[in-house]
Design a protein around this ligand. Structure first.
Ligand SMILES: Cc1cc2nc3c(=O)[nH]c(=O)nc-3n(C[C@H](O)[C@H](O)[C@H](O)COP(=O)(O)OP(=O)(O)OC[C@H]3O[C@@H](n4cnc5c(N)ncnc54)[C@H](O)[C@@H]3O)c2cc1C
Length: 820
């Protein structure tokens, strides 16, 4: 056994094997994989081997597509038969909403290069004769779906990796991980130690336990999962004989069922509602290549549906029932990437669909380790999307919720209840008294909208306009015509202080740092010149700053900052989390309200737009920035939590003469859209450049910053695509606004995709932001060059709706309101 290596991958399941393979593909050959038992001995060997490309996150879909396409390559290169079957797959919808969801998936597939087809229930029946047509209203057919042998695939990855220098040690148990002061690792195994620069936790069923070796509690939980395999069935033989090919796979939303041909019988699995975690506290190291006792009672409700939907299954003999554990993260997507604050420590775990996702996970992680960037948009899988607060109990609640909703639709306006409320701010009860409808982001409750008095604070879940529509319209009107009050604690807040802070931040940020007492907006780029962050930077002294950014990206961004701290520095970088909370007032009377409770002059001459200062509001010490995301006259007021209730009461009373109203996140999204303001994770993501995103005003070339050379190079050759602002005509018969991820058509071609959409209530129009090739981003005349044909169309729930290019915000294009 080697005593040193550049990388030690812990775990020889399909995921660890893929990471190893992709590292060698990227040119790293001094890499080792350590497996405590046999390869695939964890959850991989007993997997049903199914694979499909569809995922709620289009970027994850792309990686699933990559994974499936990779199998033929590794099969050929390794000489290992992977038993690849690609009969295609059906997703069966039993009601209108599920059919809508499929329509939207087909639409997304258009720009992902997927060949998806929406078919009728009768067509589905023709492809899969075992189903009872009466229970379905339609289906989606994906030709790139199938199944393979999970153990053989694992071996194929490993054979390919070995061909390129990797070494694999089976029956070698990692017992401890010790980090040296230089950031390298001593990997202690029962066969000796390996000194490694990097470690990768691909421990699958034991990933949580491997994390604990270094004091890390990863949000991952094993769940029991069952599928059964039938004896040979006459129906299968008939279908094979008649068509000459295997039956397609099928996903049946109504019963949380997947079903496919296995040999000459069928294989059927379910995600049962009465789901059971496996080893909720500690996965036993004694667990070998074993199965768990089957429990048919637990899946009886799903079986009942299955027997109705596929009557032949009711009489088929059962040959085998498999009950095995596999792991989930709270949202069901993998945990991939570097761990914040721990050098050279990477994870690739919680991969619940290892055969669909393993290749993409390996590719992204290997890119990240070898180039410093995943080179793909993998936010949906980034381990940084969860904070330290995602402990055992939270993970347990969320994973069970996710498991039991595996094939369920989560509507774009739906807020799932498990693990809530968890984090609340001091004004939570006040806002609840005002009938707030709550949402949660990064564990924190935040008000979505305020239901009218006497009505239940619940939002209908839908792809179309919900019962919130008219109420949110009122909230928007209050902000634009009077004054609105909201909570804004759901930002990530950081404080940076100490000698050298300004120089350090300046080297990370594209914009020039503001002067003390001022705020500036900035982007943060990676060396390839892509956007890794977007912040409001408030300077309160020569070397003292507050940074405000996306709350969901708190770990993602702080990981970047911490990794880029200079050696031997004197800088303090602090994540403020909920030690600083906020309220915001916005609207033409915002200044009148705030002025009535502070002695500080708020006149524009004294407190101009983008000022940030420490002032007293009543008796409350506050940091007050003159800015709001509504694009109106407004202030964000930041205080210690113990002051937030008093501040709320003070502003609420002071606002009464001006007709103050509460507004929530839904109104804010509508207001920002009519101002054409982009947002992190939608318009600004690591796949876009600041030039593409139209962030030119954030770029100053008077200083050096990470990514500057790449931006300059892009300026030279010209950007490839551009963010555009579109006004959409929804279907008047059944109005639905753009949500995000819809394809943008130009003529008969899909040329781009939507990043955000909303109904702009105050401007009474439906809006979208999205990316298209730069050549199409310029206006071509009032109604399109080709006569009155609109320039674009956006596909909304299966209907192509006209979308016109706009060149300026629909509300206050010159920004006079903010500066007034
Ligand atoms: C019943 C069932 C059906 C499934 N069906 C499908 C399906 O149809 N399609 C699909 O895509 N997915 C399916 N899955 C899920 C799939 O099995 C997993 O996504 C996949 O196995 C995850 O692979 P992994 O490499 O992350 O984990 P694992 O396979 O668990 O591998 C982790 C490895 O790490 C090793 N290890 C852990 N700790 C150490 C240590 N300290 N030292 C050395 N080695 C260590 C373990 O021995 C293990 O071999 C199914 C799962 C189950 C249970």
């Amino acid at each position: 056994m080697k005593t040193s290596a550049q990388v030690v991958v812990i775990g020889g399941g399909v995921v660890g094997a893929s990471v190893l393979y992709h590292l060698t593909e990227a040119g790293w050959s001094d890499v080792v994989l350590v497996e405590r038992k046999e390869l695939a001995a964890g959850s991989t060997w007993h997997s049903a081997g199914g694979m499909h490309t569809l995922n709620g996150d289009p970027n994850v879909s792309k990686l699933q597509q990559y994974t499936i396409e990779l199998y033929r390559t590794i099969e050929a290169r390794s000489g290992q038969d992977c038993s690849i079957h690609l009969p295609g797959g059906l997703m069966l919808a039993d009601n209108r909403e599920r059919l809508d969801w499929l329509r939207m998936a087909v639409a997304r597939g258009r720009y992902l290069g997927m060949d998806l087809e929406l078919i009728s229930a009768a067509e589905a029946k023709a492809m899969f004769p075992m189903l009872e047509e009466q229970y379905f209203v339609g289906a989606l057919f994906d030709p790139v779906e199938g199944h393979l042998d999970p153990t053989n695939v694992t071996n194929a990855y490993v054979i390919c990796a070995r061909q390129q220098g990797a070494e694999v040690y089976r029956h070698t148990w990692v017992e401890a991980l010790n980090q040296r002061p230089d950031g390298t690792w001593d990997v202690v195994t029962d066969k000796g130690e390996i000194h490694a620069e990097h470690i990768v936790n691909a421990g699958g069923l034991w990933a949580r336990e491997v994390g604990r070796m270094i004091g890390l509690e990863l949000p991952v939980l094993g769940m029991e999962h069952m599928y059964l395999v039938t004896e040979d069935m006459a129906e299968v033989a008939e279908h094979n004989a008649a068509t000459g090919h295997e039956m397609p796979m099928a996903l049946d939303f109504a019963g949380e069922i997947y079903i496919r041909q296995e040999g000459r019988g069928m294989l059927m699995g379910t995600y049962e509602q009465a789901c059971v975690p496996w080893s909720p506290r500690q996965a036993p190291w004694s667990f070998d290549m074993e199965l768990l006792p089957p429990d048919l009672d637990r899946i009886a409700p799903s079986l009942e549906i299955a027997f109705k939907h596929y009557p032949a299954m009711a009489t088929a003999g059962i040959k085998r029932i498999v009950n095995g554990p596999f792991t989930f993260a709270p949202d069901g997507n993998p945990l991939v990437g570097p761990i914040r604050g721990i050098r050279n420590c990477w994870v690739a775990c919680a991969v619940m669909a290892g055969l669909s996702q393993g290749g993409g996970v390996g590719l992204a992680l290997a890119n990240w380790m070898t180039t410093g960037d995943p080179q793909l948009d993998i936010w949906g899988m980034d381990v940084a999307r969860f904070g330290d607060w995602t402990n055992l109990a939270y993970t347990n609640a969320k994973v069970r919720e996710n498991y039991s909703r595996r094939f369920r639709i989560t509507f774009p306006n739906e807020e799932l209840p498990a693990g809530r409320p968890l984090h609340t701010t001091p004004v939570y009860d006040r806002l609840t008294e005002h009938n707030a409808v709550w949402g949660a982001g990064f564990g924190l409750e935040h008000p979505l909208w305020f239901q009218r008095p006497g009505e239940e604070p619940v939002e209908d879940v839908t792809f179309r306009r919900s019962n919130a529509f008219d109420v949110v319209a009122d909230e928007c009107r209050a902000v634009r015509e009077r004054v609105g009050l909201t909570e804004c604690s759901n930002f990530a807040k950081y404080r940076v202080t100490g000698a050298g802070s300004a120089d350090w931040l300046q080297g990370l940020f594209t914009n020039r740092l503001p002067n003390p007492g001022r705020v500036a907006l900035t982007a943060m780029l990676n060396p390839e010149g892509r956007i890794v962050g977007e912040f409001s930077v408030a300077r309160i002294g020569a070397d003292e700053f507050f940074l405000f950014g996306s709350q969901a990206a708190e770990v993602h961004h702080s990981r970047w900052f911490l990794a880029h701290l200079p050696a031997h520095h004197t800088i303090s970088f602090e994540v403020l989390a909920l030690s600083l909370v906020g309220l915001s007032v916005a609207g033409p009377h915002a200044r009148d309200v705030l002025q009535s409770v502070t002695a500080e002059s708020l006149a524009t001459a004294d407190y101009p737009f983008m000022t940030f200062r420490r002032i007293d509001i009543g008796m409350i010490p506050a940091w007050v920035g003159r800015m709001t995301y509504t694009g109106d006259l407004g202030y964000e007021i930041w205080v210690a939590p113990e002051h937030q209730r008093a501040l709320f009461d003070l502003l609420w009373v002071a606002g009464q003469p001006y007709g103050v109203a509460l507004y929530g996140f839904r109104a804010l999204m509508s207001l920002r859209m009519e101002k054409m303001f982009g947002t992190w994770f939608r318009e600004y993501r690591p796949i876009y450049t600041p030039l593409e995103a139209g962030m030119d005003r954030y770029l100053r070339f008077d200083h050096d910053f990470i990514g500057r050379a790449a931006v300059e190079a892009e300026q030279g050759r010209g950007r490839e695509r551009a963010l555009v602002y579109l006004e959409v005509d929804p279907d008047p018969a059944e109005p639905a606004d753009v949500i995000g991820d819809e394809p943008i058509w130009h003529g008969d071609e899909v040329v781009g995709w939507v990043t955000s959409g909303a109904y702009a209530h105050y401007s009474a129009t439906s809006l979208a932001l999205g990316y298209v090739p730069v050549a199409l981003a310029a206006p071509v005349g009032p109604e399109g060059a080709g006569g009155d044909r609109p320039q674009f169309e956006i596909e909304i729930i299966g209907h192509r709706r006209p979308a016109r290019l706009l060149t300026e915000p629909v509300f206050d294009p010159r920004g006079e309101r903010m500066r007034a």
